[in-house]
Design a protein around this ligand. Structure first.
Ligand code: CA
Length: 236
């Protein structure tokens, strides 16, 4: 089955150049010329990836992304933006984007990013923990439905929270570095700071630690990274 990519881009020559190159890689491509058209097409079709320009007439890329995420759409989103501006990058990730590329971009780089997003999708969908519903202590996380049962009862996790948790669980008992987490969940060099990982860990602790300031399950290894202990262990 060909992977299907929705390109939302108002600059025709860029959209067409993207389509040509993505099709040459064996992807199927649909182009939308503005945010509203992009949303309509996303609602009507099934896409494996959205390449979304931030600067769009009408509804901009960030708004399109927020709308898709609010409708619980989990299609990966790769943002394009006019300049390499940190604030756009951060806004893109906050809105729920998966990766980011600044214009003018190198097509080879774009194709690598696209392939990396699909690789991460395959990893996340792989049954490496032998179960879709991973149990530890009195808790569980369901990687398919994104539901979890934590210290505060049942709740829905975000895609990134699920991915980070899955990565920690796959490496239970081992120290994982922030770079390892960034690479597994976001891809290389896409995030301005590894502090982002720390923010997600804070959030996961709130969900799964009865006392987040003295974690039993998700431990900080100073100067190294994090270690998940499913059986629970007093904080050092
Ligand atoms: Ca544009």
């Amino acid at each position: 089955m060909k992977k299907k990519i929705l390109v939302v881009e108002d600059e025709e020559h860029i959209a067409e150049g993207l389509a040509l190159n993505l099709e040459a890689e064996g992807y199927e491509v649909v182009i939308a010329g503005d945010g509203h058209a992009g949303l309509d097409m996303w609602r009507q079709g099934t896409f494996d990836l959205i390449i979304l320009d931030i600067m769009l007439p009408g509804k901009d890329g960030l708004e399109v992304c927020r709308t898709i995420r609010a409708e619980t759409g989990r299609t990966p989103i790769l943002f394009l933006t006019a300049r390499d501006r940190d604030e756009d990058r951060v806004a893109g990730f906050v809105a729920g984007g998966d990766d980011y590329l600044a214009k003018p971009f190198n097509l080879k780089e774009l194709l690598l990013r696209v392939a990396a997003i699909f690789r991460r999708q395959v990893w996340y969908g792989t049954d490496s923990l032998k179960t879709n519903r991973y149990q530890f202590a009195d808790y569980w996380v369901d990687f398919k439905s994104y539901m979890a049962n934590g210290a505060g009862g049942e709740m829905e996790l975000s895609q990134k929270e699920c991915m980070i948790f899955k990565f920690l669980a796959e490496h239970a008992g081992e120290v994982v570095t922030r770079d390892m987490i960034l690479d597994a969940v976001w891809g290389y060099n896409v995030y301005p700071s590894s502090r982002t990982v720390d923010n997600f860990i804070v959030r996961l602790r709130k969900l799964f630690e009865p006392n987040p300031s003295h974690p039993r399950y998700i431990h900080t290894m100073h100067g190294a990274g994090y270690r998940f202990t499913p059986q629970g262990e007093p904080d050092a």
